[in-house]
Design a protein around this ligand. Structure first.
Ligand code: ASP
Length: 450
């Protein structure tokens, strides 16, 4: 049994949904189909989830909703008509959709999640209706009925462990099950969504629950690439990478697969394949538990901006028991998670995501660190990018750091920080954000040639 998840671009038009149908037909093991909301048809297009958010905001702000409501209904109508669904079925689907969109504005976060979930929910209904119309034994499945229970954190749901036992029962169901991605229900019955891009998470949870032989994630690229194709045209394709490598690359900006989505499949020992709906014959990228990494110790290069660092110095810091704990305690008390803490003898830097460190937060932190830790120096530096080289084989290969730093120095990029964890799965360079592209190009050339 396989779980196949299709992303937004795979459901954006009737033509795309017909490709999904062919993919389902091609393999009888594809039992559970998880769908996103219809995504972009072209570059400037708007995803249905974003249309829904705009509509919800109109309602919340008591603005006119005529346009935003029409945009949503029109997307579904167009797809349903082009799929040649019977007239009365289309009318019923649109009437239900319109009703669901009319729900009363309540607690804002709760309302927003209820509206956001409609995109996936109606995508699943539509696909199930189409498959039935084509003669397949297909059924739409609601996450509530299936028992996908999640925590009560709107926009940031976490799966509850009892979900796995509930969902396991889906193994016994007949036919093809079409499941909406992106949301579940809290134990008291509220719709709660995962973070954006969260349909990947639903697929992974289902694959783990039914103990699938494979979790296939269909998107719109042939594979995961060794570097962002917007920076290097036609970069090397990655055929196989480990869960660890994927995690590191996702952390630093690879967005092909939602980073939280790796966990359920990984824990349950289910391999993942990333494939292209528009080219299903291509082998795609396999995410596996281990791989022979001798030939290519570095599998990919990633970079992400939007970091800042709090640099702290205090003479004899290395001898002061509890200094690190007290510093991190301040962050904890202010509700901030930190990313990395590179250190020297009398220096400690704490790297944070810049969006969490607003100007107000910055002055509060500086105040507290000065007053409570009696430091000699503390300052916040902004505009930092983290660029990473990632690969399982790095720990057994001599000379990689020198190769990377030589490439960066030749490209005239000043390295502000180097960090390598004990796993040696990645090596990270902190640089100024304006040097990011240059740095990635230089590193790609050094490790993958031209
Ligand atoms: N539709 C949701 C989003 O745009 C979730 C998903 O597509 O995975 O974020």
């Amino acid at each position: 049994m396989k779980v196949a998840k299709f992303g937004g671009t795979s459901l954006a038009t009737a033509e795309q949904i017909k490709k999904v149908y062919q993919i389902i037909l091609a393999d009888a093991e594809r039992k559970i189909i998880v769908v996103s909301a219809p995504g972009k048809r072209f570059k400037e297009d708007i995803k249905v989830t974003d249309l829904l958010i705009a509509y919800a905001n109109n309602r919340i702000n008591l603005e006119d909703t005529e346009k935003s409501l029409y945009a949503i209904l029109h997307r579904y109508r167009e797809i349903a008509e082009e799929l040649h669904l019977p007239y009365h079925i289309i009318q019923q689907l649109l009437a239900d959709l319109r009703d669901d969109l009319q729900i009363e504005v309540m607690d804002l976060n709760k309302y927003m999640d209820a509206i956001k979930s409609i995109g996936e929910n109606y995508s699943a209904k539509l696909v199930a209706l189409f498959l039935q119309n084509e003669g397949l034994d297909a059924h739409y499945l609601n996450p509530k009925e299936a028992g996908l229970l999640v925590s009560h954190e709107f926009g940031n749901a976490q799966v509850l462990s009892e979900s796995y036992d509930n969902l396991r029962l889906l193994r016994e169901k007949n036919g093809i099950l079409v499941f909406p991605g992106f949301f579940g229900y809290s134990p008291d019955g509220d719709v709660v969504t995962f973070p954006r891009g969260g349909s990947d998470i639903t697929g992974s949870i289902l694959a783990a629950a039914i103990d699938a032989e494979l979790y296939e994630n269909f998107t719109d690229v042939d594979s995961v690439y060794a570097v962002n194709p917007n920076i290097i045209p036609n970069p090397k394709k990655i055929q196989e990478l480990t869960f660890g490598e994927m995690r590191e690359l996702s952390y630093a900006g690879f967005s092909v697969f939602n980073e939280e989505a790796l966990i359920p499949a990984f824990r349950a020992g289910i391999p993942v394949t990333i494939k292209n709906t528009n080219n299903p014959a291509a082998p795609g990228t396999k995410i596996v538990f281990s791989r022979e990494a001798y030939h290519n110790p570095v599998v990919g290069i990633a970079g992400d901006s939007g970091f800042c660092t709090i640099n702290v110095s205090k003479y004899l810091m290395n001898r002061e028991i509890g200094f690190g704990r007290r510093l991190l305690m301040i962050l904890e008390e202010e509700g901030l998670s930190f990313e990395h803490t590179p250190s020297g003898i009398d220096h400690l830097s704490v790297i944070l995501r810049e969006d969490k460190c607003t100007k107000e937060v910055e002055s509060l932190l500086l105040e507290r660190i000065k007053n409570e830790l009696y430091v000699d120096y503390v300052a916040v530096e902004r505009n930092l990018s983290l660029v990473m080289i990632v690969g399982e084989g790095m720990q057994r290969t001599v000379g990689l750091a020198s190769k990377a730093t030589t490439a960066l120095s030749k490209a005239n990029v000043n390295i502000e920080m180097i960090n390598q964890g004990s796993s040696e799965l990645s090596m990270m360079f902190g640089i100024k954000a304006e040097d990011e592209q240059n740095a990635i190009e230089a590193l790609y050339r050094a490790f993958f040639g031209n």
